[in-house]
Design a protein. Sequence first.
Length: 117
Amino acid sequence: MFTIKKKFYFSASHIIEGLPDSHPCSRLHGHNYIVELILAAELLDQTGFVVDYGDLRSFKAIIDNELDHRHLNEIIPGPTSAENLAYYLFQRAKAIWPQTVAVCVSETPTTWAEYRP
Ligand SMILES: [Zn+2]
């Protein structure tokens, strides 16, 4: 199995609904998010790629145009946790590249959430 990964960056605000007022994530705040897109294939294409990294610019366009400097609660269906954001972005990527195997989302230097079916 061949696997490739590419990182993407954006900044956005959110509120996690349903938490007690004492929880910091219940208040309006923002993150400098890192998204890692992971694709895999048993066989390489004719040029030796899983997917050309250059083709992933359409995933960057989704992030830049739909998420960057936005309020995620107005965009993401359901909770705006890193876990659900990873699920949302996985669905978007999988619709374009069947080779998509996982999406990871980081909100802080020490935390990552991953969605992998
Ligand atoms: Zn947060």
